[in-house]
Write a protein that binds this ligand. Structure first.
Ligand code: MN
Length: 466
């Protein structure tokens, strides 16, 4: 038995189509993401680590590959040249091997592989993507059911147009030189799609009127922020008559009296459900309040779990403002990948000799460095209150940056690390942030309180008494 298993690397939403020599582009296949492990036996597992080789007997041909190979890719069925994900879901519901044999002959799947994680039992995830693609091309022999994903360098906008014209969902952009980050939603992979989509958890529904009086009006949708459910809106359109009927049956098994989702308007009109059903929702954008604009039901995602339906899916690329302000052909500052590992939290204080000397306090939070400029420096004794001006989120890589930002650039001047270490969060809300720093100079409890009167971005920073 193999002990190691990988979580797939995930992509963030791109702002829109782009072209860049630092990126390559692939078709975004609309199917079931699967990592396959070729040893003495072949194992094919979904994002939730469910074994599905039994559902796709035609993928047994993967056993022709060398033992110790681990591939990442997407299982797709084609219907007149376009991926048909509905057929795949239907197949996942089947259990009788005779049915599965029949379907696998009638409409066989193609496993489009785009990455390789192990060769001869050795991991290659730390190699740059260019290297991994070369290894992949050598390790996989294409056949009727397994193909290697094609990619093009640089010309993302043209490629996107061509993909959409061909009826495809969109394309993927992958950053040159990037490693494979298992389980991470990384800025090194970006999805470029015409309609944004996210996988949401159904927390309840409202009653239907008129034609829909027999079924329901809208689905109450939420996502998870860590363990906490967050309300993101209602979807009342996009359902076929068959959907409406199917939902009514699904609902009856999930009904619960409790309301697990705060913030829903008119909660007394909602029938609450246990949060177990995942649906894919198309939307236009996200409001300031964190609600989906123009949400529309697309389909049920029985292959996805509520736990992986996280708020990260609808957050904009986190360091957008940071990137906008800088020209990375000129400044030595890191462009950043937009996400961190999330396993440990770092803090850093950088001494910044800009137009005016100040100290930048940065705390790792939700994959970025939350940042404040502290003109008089971080206090080392309890009692002193200092003004801290919130600035744009910085990439995690900035935590090790030291150097000189050239004249004429944003923040021109010398940056050096004044203190650095790990920290622990005691409280993190809109108004108050309390942390325990474990640096070389700064140690102990620190508090940041939003300073409403002074201005939007102003905070007070002080060291708490022991
Ligand atoms: Mn600064």
């Amino acid at each position: 038995m193999r002990s190691r298993s990988y979580r797939p690397m995930l992509a963030v939403d791109a702002e829109g189509p782009f072209s860049s020599d630092d990126w390559t582009f692939e078709v975004k296949w609309d199917g079931i993401r699967a990592i396959s492990y070729v040893d003495r036996e072949v194992s094919v597992r979904t994002r939730n680590d469910n074994e599905v080789i039994g559902k796709f007997p035609e993928l047994a041909t993967l056993s022709d590959l060398a033992p110790g190979t681990v591939l990442d890719g997407e299982i797709v069925t084609m219907d007149r040249g376009r991926p048909d994900i509905q057929q795949l879901f239907e197949r996942l519901q089947k259990v009788r091997s005779i049915d599965l044999e029949y379907i696998s002959r009638q409409s066989p799947v193609t496993y489009v592989v785009f990455d390789i994680l192990e060769v001869s039992g050795k991991t290659v995830i730390d190699l740059p993507i260019e290297e991994r693609r070369k290894i992949l091309a050598g390790a996989v022999k294409e056949g009727p059911n397994v193909v290697i994903a094609r990619f093009v360098p640089g010309r993302g906008e043209d490629y996107y147009k061509a993909a959409v014209a061909a009826g495809l969902e969109g394309i993927m952009a992958k950053k040159n030189g990037s490693r494979y980050e298992p389980g991470v939603r990384s800025g090194n992979w970006q999805k470029i799609k015409e309609v944004k989509t996210c996988d949401c958890v159904v927390f309840g529904y409202t009653g239907g009127n008129g034609r829909r009086s027999g079924s329901f009006g809208a689905l109450i949708l939420g996502l998870f922020d860590n363990e906490n459910p967050v309300y993101i809106g209602k979807a009342g359109t996009g359902f076929s008559d068959a959907d409406l009927e199917k939902f009514s049956t699904l609902f009856s098994d999930l009904e619960t009296g409790a309301s697990p989702l705060p913030g829903v308007e008119r909660p007394d009109e909602v029938t609450w459900l246990r949060p177990e059903m995942v649906v894919e929702i198309g939307y236009h954008s996200v409001t300031k309040e964190g609600r989906l604009r123009m949400p529309r039901f697309i389909r049920v995602r029985s292959d996805k779990s509520p736990e992986e339906s996280t708020i990260a899916q609808i957050r904009p690329e986190p360091i957008h403002e940071y990137r906008e302000k800088r020209d990375f052909r000129v400044t030595p500052e890191p462009p950043g990948s937009g996400t961190g590992s999330g396993t440990k939290r770092i803090f850093v204080v950088q001494e910044h000799h800009a137009r005016r000397l100040h100290y930048d306090l940065r705390l790792e939070h939700e994959g970025v460095l939350k940042s404040w400029a502290v003109p008089k420096g971080v206090p080392e004794e309890p009692g002193e209150k200092r003004l801290a001006v919130e600035t744009e989120d910085h990439p995690i890589e900035y935590g090790s940056f030291e150097g000189t930002i050239p004249a004429g650039e944003y923040g021109a001047g010398t940056v050096s690390i004044w203190d650095k270490g790990l920290y622990e969060v005691m409280e993190w809300t809109e108004k108050t942030i309390e942390v325990v720093l474990a640096g070389k100079r700064l140690k102990g409890r620190y508090v940041l309180v939003r300073f409403r009167r002074a201005g939007m971005n102003q905070w007070l920073l002080f060291k708490a008494p022991e």
